[in-house]
Ligand binder design. Structure first.
Ligand SMILES: Cc1cc2nc3c(=O)[nH]c(=O)nc-3n(C[C@H](O)[C@H](O)[C@H](O)COP(=O)(O)OP(=O)(O)OC[C@H]3O[C@@H](n4cnc5c(N)ncnc54)[C@H](O)[C@@H]3O)c2cc1C
Length: 727
């Protein structure tokens, strides 16, 4: 989305000295220092270059924060640091967590330069219970924690209000794993739980506010937590699976079913990955589904699906694999139902998104009987956990670890893959050795670097950002080639650029902001200032489908309103198209006013929207072009040269994950550039889904195909890896 995410602001020493009062000689040891902290997300850093007495250069890297808001905040905060020559900065409205994180990262860097790593003594906190509220991952309300203090220490942390758990199943891992660590370490410097960063940082930010409320100073509670530098060696596995989302668990099960010993490596605090947010997979003529929902009869013509698919990818190069993806989809599902307890009784058979005659094509997971559904779909982690229990019982050596991040492949002297190096959350290095490795890390949505490399642009993440391309990079390190890496990322959702998770606007006001972003009856303008329309490049149907936004430059466009349009909304209300706009999954619980009902608070909505960078307000075309970053002449032509006050509301893509990955053959063996297989290295799920797709088009949009690939590729790879290892 935004190209420049870190900003280097240079100021000459002489200018800096003019601006700030002279400081005592020798405050700092001159040099460059980097401090790290967290804001809404992890991995925020501030790098300062110092002479003896002053800050001469600042780099603020907030690339992990929400792209638009974090981006602008970084620029402003870097300027504030230079002006203040220290941590006494005002911060940026609409980016409280980012501002706080930048302040702490700066304090860390300056402390290093002063040779004083941590605060010696904390400001006392009162005994008793105190509350703090901050945004978590939840869409409809903030999170509140109650923290108890006794004799200057935190004795208990309770999350007393939250909506995070309604958006998926990750919140539980943040709550269960993080809170005991915060209490044990008595520090907010504890890392967020991988895979639940926003919920974890939400808890930490609530606790920080409770510390302040108890009379303490939260910034003093970020004592760095020491990491282990030990190494653990684990040897003798047949199969190592990196990533235990859908395709990883299914590979693990298939390998275990052959009697292989299997070690699973999962970076997040829980297994399941993106696969636990889905509705479910495509499965053609599965016996189980036929019997459940179609009186034992076939419900789709697989030959037709195969032909449509081959036509869609415009090539027969991977016809053998596409044939498997079609003809084995039902059988693969049946295999996991029979052997590993999977259930898909959720909602019957669903029709294809794009081919109306395929009215029974995919299915929905059964929900956890205890916890039911979350807003993304059925709670289903229990199904993956149950499958892993069954798989582990097949060989006493079988095991897996969560919070263990695969980092790189280990090779022998001849260049053969012999294992995986991974890092546990506490810093311990693990060297795990085995005969075969299956890469199942879910693509590269979480790597801004790879997104920029592949698409020249970043995108808002709706899916897991733990999936940062590590599996693909590992495959490449072994000489593996990629295939259709430029298949368009999976997008079904448009929404404002920066979700406002605070209560600066009410839910109904947030709904109006969403409507302004999503409507289709205003001039739509690309980041290059040109007119943007629905061009149906996805090759699906003539209907306006949300995947189309993925074809807009930088995965976004602006809806442009003139002052007259806004005056009309204030007096006459929203248009029919505006009042009909909703964002799948990412609506924030508000209700839009009926068509014709004046929106009296439109100015407040726009002005708060502007603070959160969800609205650009500009006097005239040139000023608007400047804010969008496009050529004023181009924009002027698009807008017909009319000079007025403009309101540009960005509409952005929210992405599930990437699609293109490593090149594989029919066994899911990773292929080298010359087409030869790397015999003991396999790639599944989104790490190899390019083989079903084509560069420049939306991923095969039938309905449930991405999940279906986890079943098909997982079964093939698990079986093949076990066979190779045990031969
Ligand atoms: C909200 C949402 C709804 C969706 N709905 C559907 C749907 O209804 N139907 C459909 O077909 N598809 C759907 N999809 C897409 C589908 O979920 C994915 O295509 C599929 O889950 C991919 O499976 P995977 O195994 O490749 O990745 P994942 O299931 O995401 O698994 C990857 C795993 O690897 C782990 N990992 C990443 N890096 C490392 C590392 N370095 N070391 C160790 N572990 C690592 C991750 O934590 C994760 O657990 C949806 C996606 C989202 C986000």
């Amino acid at each position: 989305m935004k190209k420049g995410i870190s900003w280097v602001l240079m100021l000459s020493l002489c200018l800096a000295l003019l601006c700030v009062p002279a400081m005592a000689e020798g405050t700092y040891t001159p040099g460059t220092y980097t401090g790290v902290s967290s804001g809404h997300e992890d991995g925020l850093s501030v790098t300062v270059t110092l002479d003896e007495n002053s800050i001469t250069e600042v780099t603020v890297d907030v690339s992990n924060e929400t792209p638009l808001i974090g981006g602008v905040a970084g620029e402003e905060l870097a300027a504030q640091i230079l002006a203040a020559q220290g941590t006494e900065i005002d911060g940026v409205t609409g980016a409280t967590e980012t501002s706080g994180g930048v302040r702490r990262a700066l304090a860390d860097a300056l402390a290093q330069a002063q040779g004083s790593a941590a605060v010696a003594e904390k400001t006392p906190v009162a005994d008793g219970s105190f509350k703090g509220t901050a945004p978590g991952f939840g869409l409809v309300s903030q999170m509140t924690c109650e923290v108890s203090f006794e004799n200057g220490a935190m004795t208990d942390i309770k999350v007393v209000e939250e909506s995070d758990s309604q958006t998926g199943e990750w919140f539980a891992s943040a709550e269960e794993l993080l809170i005991p660590r915060l209490l044990a370490e008595q520090s907010l410097g504890v890392d967020a739980i991988t895979g639940a960063t926003a919920s974890s940082n939400g808890i930490k930010n609530c606790v920080a506010k409770a510390i302040d409320a108890a009379g303490g100073v939260a910034d003093e509670w970020y004592t760095p937590v020491e990491k282990s530098d030990s190494t653990v060696v684990i040897d003798g596995y047949d199969v190592i699976v990196v990533g235990l989302g859908g395709s990883g668990v299914l590979s693990y099960c298939a390998a275990a079913d052959q009697g292989a010993s299997v070690f699973g490596i999962e970076a997040a605090g829980k297994i399941g990955g993106n696969s636990v947010c889905t509705y479910g997979p495509m499965a053609l003529n599965s016996e189980y589904l036929k019997n459940l929902f179609n009186n034992g009869e076939d419900y789709i013509d697989p030959d037709e699906v195969y032909q449509v698919w081959i036509d869609y990818v415009e090539s027969e190069e991977k016809a053998d694999i596409i044939s498997e993806a079609v003809y084995s989809s039902g059988k693969s599902l049946d295999y996991y139902v029979e052997n590993f307890g999977f259930e898909f009784e959720g909602r019957g058979l669903l029709g294809s998104f794009v081919i109306p005659s395929w009215d029974k094509e995919w299915c929905v997971y059964s929900a956890d009987p205890d916890t039911g559904w979350n807003i993304l779909g059925p709670n289903k982690t229990f199904q993956f956990l149950r499958a892993m229990d069954i798989a582990m019982a097949k060989n006493e050596k079988n095991t897996y670890m969560t919070e263990l991040t695969g980092e790189k492949l280990i090779f022998d002297d001849a260049g053969k893959v012999i294992g995986v190096q991974a890092r546990y959350y506490d810093g311990t290095t693990y060297e795990i050795y085995g005969d075969t490795v299956i890469l199942a890390t879910g693509g590269f949505l979480g790597s801004s670097e790879m997104m920029m490399e592949v698409y020249g642009s970043n995108i808002n993440a709706m899916g897991d950002t733990v999936n940062d391309g590590t599996g693909i990079r590992m495959g490449q390190s072994a000489g593996g080639a990629t295939y259709m890496l430029r298949t368009m990322p999976m997008v079904h959702i448009s929404q404002v650029a920066n979700l406002i998770r605070t209560d600066d606007l009410t839910a109904d006001q947030k709904a109006v902001l969403t409507a302004l972003a999503l409507t289709t009856d205003m001039p739509m303008v690309t980041t290059q200032g040109e007119a943007w329309g629905n061009t149906n490049q996805s090759g699906t149907t003539d209907e306006k489908v949300s995947v189309e936004i993925v074809f807009a430059p930088d995965f976004m466009y602006y809806n442009i309103y003139t002052q007259a349009d806004i005056d009309s909304i204030r007096e006459n209300g929203l248009s029919e198209a505006q009042a009909g706009a909703t964002s799948m999954f990412l609506s924030q619980g508000g209700v839009l006013p009926e068509v014709g009902t004046p929106v009296a608070d439109i100015d407040e909505i726009l002005s708060v929207g502007a603070e959160f960078k969800d609205v650009l307000i500009a006097d005239g075309i040139e000023a608007l072009a400047d804010q969008i970053g496009c050529d004023a002449a181009v924009l002027s032509e698009t807008l017909g040269g009319v000079e007025t006050t403009y309101y540009a509301v960005p509409c952005t893509s929210w992405c599930y994950g990437t699609v293109g990955g490593l090149d594989v053959d029919i066994n899911m063996n990773v292929l080298r550039e010359d087409g030869t297989p790397i015999e003991n290295l396999f790639a599944v799920g989104q790490d190899s889904e390019g083989v079903c797709n084509i560069d420049g088009k939306a991923y095969t949009p039938w309905g449930g195909q991405a999940q279906s690939w986890t079943f098909v590729s997982g079964k093939i790879a698990g079986t093949a890896a076990a066979a190779y290892a045990m031969d």
